[in-house]
Design a protein around this ligand. Structure first.
Ligand code: SAH
Ligand code: DHB
Ligand code: MG
Length: 229
């Protein structure tokens, strides 16, 4: 233990938890590197958050997971582990490059057989899933364009069942949720979307929701968590 008076950072504490609680994951580390080298934004969930999602899927006994926002497939891989070999993950991504990188990463992790990457605007994919009338989803992870969070939450209720778990990423954004700023600029639109999502979680009678702030290697942010009644 370092006894110097230097302030400890949230990133250092995350590194400590990774070392103590997570298995070494050379393949997962390589997947993150591949995504960064392909020029994808470095906004995937952190390692401890990824494992948190896996454990949440296990706690919910989730066999069918819907993810909105694939990026390089990092959170997808954790969710795919969480559902187990007989589970299934549908993940929505509209950037073909992101979907390609994710497909490679999911194959490298050996979970490609249980993941279906749907390329296209998530709003359209969600309509298509509804029209297909497949089995409901047990857990829905919302992590794409925040402008559409309220719509995604509504779809999650429709595509879920009583007891389904909804997780919404990035609901704090350095406290920006309370200072959304101008709706004309990108950040303002994003934060308005986050607030609209929170309003939906709080007002929809089919949902029971809370939210937790997080600090760590990704700074100050948070997840909202809801259960469908
Ligand atoms: N869940 C990922 C991070 C997702 S980042 C992880 O933690 O590893 C958000 C992703 O959503 C980006 O890849 C972006 O291209 C995608 N996205 C943004 N808007 C979208 C939309 N309307 N439909 C589908 N995907 C979208
Ligand atoms: C951003 C998006 C995310 O999903 C995230 O986890 C972090 C940042 C972003 O668009 O800035
Ligand atoms: Mg996110």
């Amino acid at each position: 233990m370092d006894s110097s008076a230097d302030p400890v950072t949230p990133a250092e504490v995350d590194a400590y938890f990774v070392e103590k609680l997570l298995e070494p994951e050379p393949e997962m580390d390589a997947a993150r590197r591949r995504a960064h080298e392909a020029g994808l934004p470095r906004i995937e969930v952190s390692e401890v958050q990824g494992k948190f999602l896996m454990l949440l899927a296990q706690i919910a006994s989730a066999k069918r997971v819907l993810e909105i926002g694939t990026l390089g497939g990092y959170s997808t891989t954790w969710l795919a582990r969480g559902v187990g070999a007989d589970g299934h993950v549908v993940t929505c991504e509209f950037e073909p490059l992101h979907a390609r990188v994710a497909a490679d990463n999911l194959a490298a992790a050996g979970v490609e057989d249980r993941v279906d990457i749907r390329i296209g605007a998530a709003l359209d994919t969600l309509d298509a899933l509804l029209a297909e009338g497949g089995e409901p989803f047990d857990l829905i992870f919302i992590d794409a364009d925040k402008e559409n969070n309220a719509h995604y939450i509504q779809s999650a209720i429709t595509l879920g069942h009583p007891g389904s778990v909804i997780v919404v990423d990035n609901v704090v954004r350095d406290g920006g949720v309370l200072r959304p700023g101008e709706p004309e600029d990108e950040a303002g639109r994003m934060l308005k979307g986050v607030r609209d999502g929170i309003d939906m979680l709080g007002s929809n009678p089919r949902l029971d929701a809370t939210a937790l702030q997080t600090v760590g290697v990704k700074g100050w942010d948070g997840f909202a968590l809801a259960v469908v009644r």
